[in-house]
Design a protein around this ligand. Structure first.
Ligand SMILES: C[S@@+](CC[C@H](N)C(=O)[O-])C[C@H]1O[C@@H](n2cnc3c(N)ncnc32)[C@H](O)[C@@H]1O
Length: 378
């Protein structure tokens, strides 16, 4: 790993996906589950909900002879493995499960699962494309406002030292002005105000799941030329998501991630690191995950719909309510199982945690367009 100055996008690309020493691609590495918990790791209920969604897609598509489930950013294939276990035999028999993942195929994975490093060809997939906590790991550049309030690209070295580079321009400046108005590259007056002390006080706690955002309510009133405001340029994620959606001939594309909205972007951005279950400073040397919240509203295509994970999972039958106490008397072991399921469901749907994540649903073709209403209605 060199220690030369470059933008965060290039530095993150090397740090996470370098062929020999990338955080995710290092041969023999533990994979995401070795460093943090995603919804997939929290409980098999999550894979069960994706299986339910897949069955709805299958029905909407008229039960095709071959039904695809493409998992983008598949980690070690845990979600596909869980969905295969949860599906009715008749659907599993027609399923073509496919992992798209930059890391190598893990040993011992179910032989039915295809493993590939790139997305399938455009228009080649009929079924469900699902991406859990993928886009937050698509590398992005970071900008920071200088003393005059001008947004400049942040340059970084592999040891994490930063300095400001050139003013941001072109398509990146346009993206910032459209999607992140507090960045100094657009109409800064339209954005929220800055109370630096309050905002710094919201630094994220170490935790096993990623995605706790700074508390927007703690941020105070601003000035458009305030130095030190930061933003992440989400353009590479918009493009990555659009490319993923284009792989569908017919069906539904879903991505789930920690997200923020145009009117509510954090004043100092969200770039951070994770290692061994703890939040750490983002140092692009391959020793830690590097991640930032996703501007899901910017990724959304014209037919897309956004829900919270809580709403989506509830519509798919994941419910955190406790089982009735009477069950403890009539069937104690079923009661204990139901209680533990309710605990996991509560974690997956907690509005202050995983339940607050955004789901972006994008139907391709007519068949799954009505599915959005079906998901809403449960
Ligand atoms: C945070 S992990 C999520 C793993 C899994 N989806 C889960 O929820 O547990 C992100 C994964 O996305 C993979 N990834 C990132 N960019 C990718 C790309 N362009 N194509 C395929 N995989 C990618 C990384 O290698 C990593 O395994």
């Amino acid at each position: 790993m060199t220690n030369e100055w470059c933008g965060w996008r290039e530095a993150t690309e090397r740090a996470l996906y370098g062929p020999d020493d990338g955080f995710y691609t290092r041969p023999g590495g533990p994979g995401p589950a070795g460093h943090f918990r995603t919804s997939v790791h929290v409980s098999p209920l999550y894979a069960g909900a994706v299986a339910t969604l897949l069955c709805r897609v299958d029905t909407a598509l008229g039960r095709p002879d071959e039904l695809a489930l493409v998992d983008v950013g598949a980690g070690r294939g845990e979600l596909l493995t869980g969905v295969l276990a949860a599906l009715p035999d008749e659907v599993a028999a027609r399923l073509r499960p496919c992992a798209v993942e930059r890391a190598a195929r893990p040993p011992g994975l179910d032989a039915r699962i295809e493993w590939r490093g790139e997305l399938p060809a455009p228009g080649s997939v009929t079924g469900l494309l699902f991406a859990n906590e993928w886009l937050d790991n698509v590398p992005v550049d970071v900008v920071e406002t200088d003393a005059d309030g001008v947004a400049r690209r942040v340059l970084v070295r592999a040891d994490g030292t930063e300095r400001l580079g050139e003013p941001v321009d072109g398509a990146d400046a346009e993206w910032l002005s459209r999607w992140w108005a507090t960045s100094g590259a657009g109409d800064a007056a339209a954005g929220p105000a800055l109370d630096a002390d309050a905002a710094k006080g919201t630094a994220q706690d170490a935790g096993a799941t990623r995605g706790q955002a700074p508390d927007a309510d703690a941020l105070g009133a601003p000035a458009p030329t305030t130095p030190g405001l930061r933003a992440e340029i989400g353009r590479p994620r918009d493009e990555a998501w659009a490319e993923a959606v284009r792989t569908l001939r017919a069906g539904l594309a879903v991505t789930a991630d920690y997200a923020h909205e145009r009117g509510d972007r954090p004043l100092f951005g969200t770039l951070t690191g994770f290692r061994d279950g703890r939040e750490v400073a983002p140092v692009p040397d391959g020793s830690c995950d590097i991640t930032a919240h996703v501007a899901l509203d910017a990724c959304a295509g014209p037919s897309a719909r956004r829900l919270t994970q809580r709403a989506a999972l509830r519509a798919l039958g994941v419910d955190g309510r406790r089982p009735p106490l009477a069950l403890a008397v009539t069937d104690p072991s079923r009661y204990v199982r139901a209680l533990s399921g309710a605990g996991a469901a509560a974690e997956l749907t907690d509005p202050a945690g995983l339940g607050g994540f955004g789901w972006l649903l994008e139907p391709v073709g007519e068949a799954c367009a009505g599915l959005l209403r079906a998901v809403d209605a449960g």
